[in-house]
Design a protein around this ligand. Sequence first.
Ligand SMILES: Nc1nc2c(ncn2[C@@H]2O[C@H](COP(=O)(O)OP(=O)(O)OP(=O)(O)O)[C@@H](O)[C@H]2O)c(=O)[nH]1
Length: 396
Amino acid sequence: MLTPQLVTLLSDQALIAIIVVIAAVLVAGTAGLVVSRRRRSQLPQATQPARLDTAEPTVGEDAEEPRDTPTRTLEDTELPAESPAATIEKPESAQGRLVRLRARLARSQGSLGKGLLALLSRDKLDEEAWEDIETTLITADVGVAPTQELVEKLRTRMRVEGVGGAQARDILREELIALVDPSLDRTLKVSRKEMQPAVVMVVGVNGTGKTTTVGKLARVLVAEDKHVVLGAADTFRAAAADQLQTWGDRVGVRTVRGPEGGDPASVAFDSVKQGIEEEADAVLVDTAGRLHTKTGLMDELGKVKRVIEKTAEVDEVLLVIDATTGQNGLTQARVFAEVIDVTGLVLTKLDGTAKGGIVIAVQRELGVPVKLVGLGEGADDMAPFDAEQFVDALLD
Ligand SMILES: Nc1nc2c(ncn2[C@@H]2O[C@H](COP(=O)(O)OP(=O)(O)OP(=O)(O)O)[C@@H](O)[C@H]2O)c(=O)[nH]1
């Protein structure tokens, strides 16, 4: 028989037993979970390939959820106003630039200047030596007629004045300077007239460095505290206007542009109008040179000039020639000179050629002075041309 005490004792023991069993079950369960978690975390990721959803969109399904607001275009996006003053550069003044760039010129033209000097300083100047001098000059693109003229003068002076290393250098220097012609007026007409800005058109075959020249010239003028406006009349190549504007932005100069493929004459007109309104000192107009026929070129450049002249006089037409193109450059120069009155030449890339003689040849050919020379891709690597400094650099 179960007494009440026994019942109480039994139920206490049963209670304890139940608690022990529950505790054991709980402990075992927790341990199992920990172990399985550890195992999972120890498995290398690579062995757990993500499950791929292989359902592919079918025809008519949109790639993304339809939306009820239209996608914003680039034009709609407002850019934060930029403070122009923060990025404006202070260009180097043009004065003394040729002196800074002299070493570069000397390096590229070493074979011309030093080659001539070495030949002239020989103990015996025989026919062979004179022939070598002629070849050196022709190879440096001086041109046949100026070469013969120079050799003739050198021969006479060396005979009359006697030969010696130091004298040879002086004679050569004098005769080269005479050939480059220091008497030519190389001043750029870039000063404001009574009521109007000076207008400069920059022309030349594409790739010669026209846009770069306009940009560099703008810097020269800004360094002289001149107020400049740029005209991107090279509407042929979209990037040309961007390129020009970048040059302008760097020195805080406005660039007037038109639509891509638009009428260059109308952009030129607008830029001059802008220059007049802003009372600018100078308007520099970049033009396209990508014209294959002389008639096309004449039509375009002639029209640009005529349209500008409705409101202002064109003060300078600068023809840009790539010095590395040699005879080709001369041929191009001739064509341009036939279609427009060129007032000055810009010889670019003189740093990249040993043929500095092109300065002499092209001036002779066109009867127009070289006014500027490009001596590198740097923003201030363009200098006003000076006959004496140029020859000194050749003979350095
Ligand atoms: N080394 C050197 N490179 C130059 C000089 N001048 C211009 N260049 C380079 O020549 C290349 C052509 O210059 P651009 O100014 O684009 O020529 P462009 O005549 O305006 O050409 P288009 O716009 O295509 O008609 C650029 O890479 C310039 O950096 C120079 O004096 N020396």
